[in-house]
Ligand binder design. Structure first.
Ligand code: 5GP
Length: 207
């Protein structure tokens, strides 16, 4: 795949890491961007809106989309399917936008395999496991069993931080937001392989 001038910024981190608050904090300061709205089979949480937080579908519909190769990547997370639709991402990249993904560690691997040369990744973590538990309990939108599953997942995910370009510890929102703004700027400046090759060829011709 070869896209004109867009770039991808992957944000991963356990549920409860504060990814959404952090994104809301910076979204108006990082230039033209497109936040990819994932499709999921997870039940809608209180306060969530179809088409804003996710596209909520049943398993049958999700599997049909898999068959029709509609997804850039998809994964089974916490007992539900989550996937990134390819079409709007392609358009945003061709429009030169910074495309933001809130996806898990499996999704990060898949996106990097396909579009690694235009992808920058950042792992967002709460300062400690006990702080994560506190945040998930305070959110109280999930059953205890769901919270336990998310905590277990978080312990696994944290082991894979080294697969990311950057890490942000979301302890102080203002500080974390500043770091994310800087990373978003750098993500836009990442030079894809195609441009490097073109530059090298032209550069040699001039000589
Ligand atoms: P939640 O259910 O809390 O909204 O999300 C659970 C996990 O699924 C989070 O780690 C989130 O980043 C991940 N996730 C959300 N959308 C996608 C997606 O499209 N692809 C993948 N691989 N993970 C996703």
């Amino acid at each position: 795949m070869n896209y004109k001038s867009g770039a991808i910024l992957v944000l991963s981190g356990p549920s409860g890491a504060g990814k959404s608050s952090l994104l809301n904090e910076v979204i108006n300061d990082i230039g033209e961007c497109y936040f990819s709205i994932s499709t999921t089979t997870r039940p809608m949480r209180q306060g969530e809106v179809e088409g804003v937080h996710y596209h909520f579908v049943d398993e049958e519909e999700f599997k049909k989309d898999i068959e029709q190769e509609q997804f850039l990547e998809y994964a089974f997370v916490h007992g539900n399917y989550y996937g990134t639709s390819l079409k709007p991402v392609k358009k945003a990249l061709n429009d030169g936008k910074l495309v933001l993904f809130d996806i898990d560690v499996q999704g990060n691997t898949l996106v990097n395999n396909r579009l690694g040369d235009i992808t920058t990744s950042v792992f967002i973590s709460p300062p400690t496991l006990s702080e994560l538990k506190k945040r998930l309990e305070a959110r109280s939108t999930d059953e205890k069993e769901v919270i336990d599953r998310r905590v277990k997942m978080a312990r696994k995910e944290i082991q894979r931080i080294s697969e990311y370009d950057y890490m942000i510890i979301n302890d102080n929102l203002a500080q974390a937001a500043n770091t994310l703004r800087t990373i978003a700027k750098a993500a836009r400046l990442k030079v894809p392989d195609s441009e490097i090759n073109e530059f090298v060829q032209k550069w040699e011709d001039i000589d």
